[in-house]
Ligand binder design. Structure first.
Ligand code: PBG
Length: 341
């Protein structure tokens, strides 16, 4: 219901836009560093920072550099980082056993970060795509993704991440029943405080392309992910998925990608009131940065406007490759003004 307002000229909506101070006063939403989760790509080696060509400004980091990034995140007020391992083709096998190897890149990075920077929350990804020779998030047998066999593997992967000390587990695989299976396994193993952020409404999207480059899955991927990721045409189905995952024990839910799915963010928040996150994915980052590099967009303004859109759509936070840049800008802008500009 809209409040009644007097007709023009008694009501002039421009009055509350006349100066920075008034605009700040009436701002409905604010963005802060504490809304951001920073996705970080992890690679082997030491002292390594390899640029990801399709994501200007983003690098894959060896574990020592991930620890440095975690320190930087804390200094900037970013509460969480999310680790994604780059796996070479030799470590990709049909059984995906590297996924639950206690010594895999993701688990070693988690332990190193939690030992050096215990105050940061570490999130990890549960899905088989960094470890499969098909590039798929589940087991592909005779052209079909096997749901239940995949869930058994995901449970092993999640348990190994919990053992390594992760705070938030993010199942991004879209298999049915995985949240309940992982939650039950975590409880029986005594991992009562490990949180689950479900990639509940994850769409089969073209916007993941640069990410697949970043984790080395592009050449691996056979076919598409449409039998498990959602059809971009659907919206009610997203609500059923979120409801299902919350009922199985998810603590937080995610919509992915972000900007093309802001309507879903709003519906999810309004319907369930649960902690709701959006993932501004690699392709969204790449689009903005490509335009910036051409001189067509101003990076800072496009970045902040895109991040504010998630707050406006009802999200509690956003996973974004812009996290450190945005947090720096927020800090330098002397609190408020940049956030509400
Ligand atoms: C896969 C996964 C993907 C992303 C996060 N986890 C890609 C996919 O589903 O193919 C995409 C993130 C991004 O594009 O930034 N488990």
């Amino acid at each position: 219901m809209q409040p009644t307002q007097a007709p023009f000229p008694a009501t002039r909506l421009r009055r509350t836009r006349q100066s920075p101070s008034v605009r700040a006063l009436v701002a409905e939403n604010a963005l802060s560093a504490s809304d951001l989760i920073w996705p970080i790509f992890v690679c082997a080696g030491e002292g390594a920072e390899e640029p990801v060509p399709s994501m200007p400004g983003v690098v894959r980091r060896s574990i020592d550099k991930v620890v440095e990034a975690a320190r930087e995140a804390v200094a900037l007020g970013i509460p969480a980082i999310c680790l994604f391992p780059y796996t070479s083709s030799e470590d990709r096998t049909a059984d995906c056993a590297e996924a639950w190897n206690p010594e895999n890149l993701s688990n070693r990075a988690t332990r190193a970060v939690k030992a050096a920077v215990p105050e940061i929350s570490v999130m990890t990804d549960v899905a088989l795509d960094p470890y499969s020779d098909t590039g798929h998030d589940g087991y592909l047998v005779d052209g079909k993704i096997l749901n239940d066999e995949t869930v058994d593997a995901l449970v092993k992967q999640a348990l190994s991440q919990a053992e390594a000390g992760v705070d938030i587990i993010g199942p991004s695989d879209m298999m049915d029943g995985r949240i309940g299976a992982i939650r039950t396994a975590l409880e029986s193993a005594g991992h009562r405080d490990v949180m689950l952020m479900s990639y509940a409404a994850k769409y089969a999207s073209a916007f993941y392309g640069p990410f697949r480059d970043a984790i080395g899955a592009t050449t691996a991927l056979k076919g598409d992910k449409k039998t498990y990721q959602m059809n971009p045409a659907n919206s009610d189905e997203a609500l059923r998925l979120v409801q299902r995952d919350l009922s199985e024990g998810a603590d937080m839910v995610m919509v992915k990608p972000g900007m093309p799915y802001l309507d879903i963010c709003r519906r999810v928040k309004d319907c369930f009131g649960a902690p709701t996150f959006a993932y501004q994915v690699s392709g969204e980052y790449a689009m903005i940065m490509a335009a910036v590099q051409n001189g067509w967009l101003d990076r800072d303004r496009a970045m902040m406007e895109s991040l504010m859109s998630f707050k406006r759509a009802g999200c509690d936070g956003v996973l974004t490759y812009f996290a450190p840049a945005a947090a720096r800008l927020l800090r330098d802008a002397d609190a408020g003004p940049a956030a509400s500009r």
